[in-house]
Design a protein around this ligand. Structure first.
Ligand code: ZN
Length: 340
């Protein structure tokens, strides 16, 4: 008999790993493509999410190309506002009480009048979506590791300058196999000195050493993904002792071929080692599932009980940059969910 637990969409949680363009509803992408006469690649117009594989550079490149095609449909401030509002609505429907959305404003700069105007449009959109929907939202500015470290420094300075407009952290994304984390150490130092949390991607496409580099060279307080830390018991101990939250994105891992099947993702290994996790959807547009579905994967494929799912939700809240009052409210909500 199938085990039926409490509804994970009702479980209060924080969402700490969601990329900007990747958060778009597929139906919105189609409408925007229509609006601007953009011919989307077939992989983005089907009823099913695209078949991806990023374990080699070609596969990763294809994934990035699809991402770029989607981004090319975001051209005006109203498109950005729509994207953010819908991301907030989807998150609320999935039980999120706090959303940190990740963006590299550089990629929107050409269409929105430059880097600073682009960032302002994004921050304004987040601010109004948050007020309209009631969902607490903040922004992580993410540098692109395929670009020059000097670009990352410029972004870090900008992120610090706009910290009081809702930026809470600094990230580093794109292909981990390119460049070294330490190339970006100055940018991260600027971000940290400016009070932002350090949350680079690591331990997704490459193994434990990439997570170690994030800790040693970028003083990471959170790791985007980090799942591959499971290959090193020593590293797991280190993450657990330092309380570094790994933003684990199960559906993404399977979609990109990091793990073959949902049951191969080492969720149990991280959990039993005491490594705090915040499950995230990464790029729902391309991977076909949102926040609550990640908790469903933990339940269905890894046997997480409701009490364990509640603990995952608590970990996501504790790892967030939410104000104490918001955290307390969400943590109380988790207890109510369990008591129901
Ligand atoms: Zn990511």
């Amino acid at each position: 008999m199938e085990r039926v637990g409490r509804d994970v969409r009702q479980l209060p949680k924080a969402h700490l790993h969601l990329h900007f363009t990747g958060s778009m509803r597929p139906s919105t992408l189609l409408e925007l493509a229509d609006k601007y006469g953009v011919r989307l690649p077939e992989a983005l117009t089907g009823a099913e999410p695209p078949k991806l594989r990023a374990t080699d550079e070609r596969g990763w490149f294809r994934f990035q190309r699809l991402y770029d095609a989607a981004r090319s449909c975001l051209r005006e401030p109203e498109d950005i506002q729509r994207l953010v509002r819908e991301a907030a609505e989807e998150d609320i429907a999935d039980g999120s009480g706090w959303l940190e959305i990740q963006v590299d404003p550089t990629s929107y700069a050409p269409r929105l009048g430059g880097l600073i105007p682009a960032l302002e449009v994004i921050l304004d959109a987040v601010d109004s979506a948050s007020r309209e929907t009631g969902l607490g939202m903040r922004v992580l500015v993410a540098a692109n590791r395929m670009k020059h470290p000097l670009d990352a420094r410029t972004l870090a300075r900008l992120a610090v300058r706009y910290a009081d407009r809702g930026i809470v952290g600094f990230g580093l994304s794109n292909d981990e196999r390119r460049g070294m984390a330490r190339d970006f150490d100055r940018a991260f130092a600027i971000a940290r000195e400016g009070g932002l949390l350090s949350a680079p991607h690591g331990g997704e496409l490459t193994g434990p050493s990439s997570v170690r580099d994030c800790l040693d060279d970028l003083d990471a307080t959170r790791i985007g993904h980090g799942v591959r830390a499971a290959e090193s018991p020593r590293l797991l101990r280190r993450l657990a002792e330092a309380g570094v939250t790994c933003e684990v994105c199960p559906a993404s891992n399977v979609a990109l071929g990091v793990y073959e099947k949902p049951e191969d993702i080492p969720l149990r290994t991280l959990f039993e080692a005491g490594v705090p996790m915040a499950l995230g959807a990464d790029d729902p547009l391309l991977f076909g599932s949102r926040l609550a579905a990640q908790y469903e994967i933990a339940r269905r494929h890894h046997g997480f009980t409701d009490a364990e799912l509640a603990e995952l939700a608590r970990q996501s809240v504790r790892g967030s940059a939410a104000p104490e009052g918001v955290k307390e409210k969400l943590l109380n909500g988790v207890e109510e969910w369990l008591a129901a």
